[in-house]
Design a protein around this ligand. Structure first.
Ligand code: HEM
Length: 417
């Protein structure tokens, strides 16, 4: 071996040692990050994770066993801290909520749909996030608001029952998921735009939002931004989809605005009184002085996030509940008897009746425990360098809360199922 070759090898080894000590975030060193699997130069743990060909939650469960309740991973250029312990999750999200309330940077494709992070689920902690979140809570999910909108759920459930009865009569089969998605989506569209629209338009909105969810799910350039130019076709597809989303929802927004400002309602689709739709509260809202008032792009993003957030989560939960009721006839019988006792064999179930059904509540809670619709929260970020569980959490890194572990932790549940 020549002297030059030897020098290159020695220099490479020194570089690797330095990289390991100072830049590999999971390799120990002075940063005091939570422990984690050692990664490779540049790609960190990314290739190891891909090669494992396992769902991410199984990888997380394995790493949890090895590294404890809080650990870190280096996924390409993205540093991730994974928190799985109920006490640490409680400390971060409840006791020190504002510190962990921010969101990490978005991928270029997600930025297309969030209009540069102007959505509740992607806004960084600050005046914009506070205003949008407070507005959503007061306008959509306070108990008073939820009660006021009971008529929307009643209308949607009546349609749901008619649809599944006719499906059963015509084909002998009832598709749980697609019917639930359609019903929930119709409720959320009415909550957002104050409009009752045709089933065909609801299906169109639902399908576009599903495509948005798929295209914004994590891809290779999110971890290795250097690869972004290779994925330009994906970005083109995302922009075309955004255009389709705008074309589909902007007419509804314009129709609502005409109803709110001029009382126009040509085809009688605007059914919620003035001020009762989520969009009414967004008209004229100026959540951050620097970027000016919200416009049609933001209205589309903010309403879409509510419809998307509520549809899949609720429909998946109902589907799991139905599966368990089919597989556990004794539980189904007990539930049926509780319902019959409350409203009779052919009675309509009103929302006040549901509040009296203790066993139904247990079935719902157990379904959420066994099958939480999402295993992780959305990615969080700390607003400044901070500490959790004795480790440093640098500002802006992806903090992932594995909340599903709380409901299956054998240290908490004697028989997690
Ligand atoms: C089974 C039902 C549901 C479950 C399990 C669920 C779960 C979640 C979770 C885990 C998050 C992430 C929280 C975080 O990262 O801190 C979230 C956020 C959100 N959800 Fe839901 N959700 C459900 C239904 C709904 C419904 C019906 C709506 C709309 C009416 C909704 C609107 C939202 C919004 C707007 C956000 C973003 C909030 C933020 O970033 O602070 N969700 N949801």
């Amino acid at each position: 071996m020549e002297f030059l070759d030897l020098s290159i090898i020695v220099l490479a080894l020194i570089f690797l040692r330095l990289w390991w000590r100072y830049w590999s975030t999971t390799g120990g060193g002075p940063k005091n990050l939570p422990p984690g699997p050692p990664g490779w130069p540049l790609v960190g743990n990314l290739i190891q994770i891909i090669l494992q060909r396992q769902h991410f939650i199984f990888i997380v469960r394995g790493l949890r066993k090895r590294y404890g309740p809080i650990f870190s991973m280096q996924m390409g250029q993205r540093t991730m801290v994974i928190v799985t312990d109920s006490r640490l999750i409680h400390e971060a999200l409840v006791q020190r909520g504002p510190t962990f309330a921010s969101r990490p940077p978005d991928s270029p494709i997600r930025l297309v749909f969030s209009v540069g992070k102007r959505a509740i689920n992607s806004a960084e902690y600050g005046p914009l996030w506070r205003t949008l979140r407070k507005n959503f809570v007061t306008e959509v999910i306070t108990p008073t608001r939820v009660k006021q909108c009971g008529w929307i759920r009643k209308w949607a459930i009546e349609n749901h029952m008619k649809r599944i009865e006719s499906d059963a009569m015509e084909t002998g089969v009832v598709e749980v998921m697609s019917n639930c998605r359609l019903t929930i989506c119709s409720i959320l569209i009415c909550l957002c735009f104050g409009a009752k629209i045709s089933e065909q338009r609801i299906k169109e909105i639902e399908s576009i939002l599903k495509d948005v969810m798929l295209i914004t799910s994590p891809q290779l350039p999110d971890f290795l931004p250097v690869l972004t130019p290779l994925f330009h076709r994906q970005m083109k597809k995302a922009k075309a989809l955004r255009k389709k989303q705008l074309e589909c929802l902007v007419p509804l927004i314009k129709a609502r605005r005409a109803f709110v400002e001029k009382g126009e309602n040509p085809n009688q689709e605007m059914v919620s009184p003035l001020g009762a739709a989520y969009i009414d509260s967004l008209f004229g809202l100026e959540p951050d002085k620097t970027r000016g008032p919200l416009g049609e792009e933001e209205y589309v993003t903010l309403c879409s996030e509510v419809i998307s957030a509520g549809t899949d989560t609720s429909a998946t939960t109902v589907e799991w509940a139905m599966l368990h009721l089919v597989m556990n006839q004794d539980i189904q019988d007990k539930l049926y008897h509780e319902i019959v006792e409350c409203v009779g064999k052919n009675g309509d179930i009103k929302e006040e009746d549901v509040e009296k059904m203790a066993y139904l509540e247990s079935v719902v809670k157990e379904t959420f425990r066994r099958h939480p619709p999402s295993h992780f929260l959305l990615s969080h970020a700390a607003i400044k360098d901070t500490e959790l569980g004795g480790y440093t959490i640098p500002e802006g890194v992806h903090v992932e809360f594995y909340t599903a572990w709380i409901t299956e932790d054998p240290d908490i549940w004697s028989d997690p199922g």
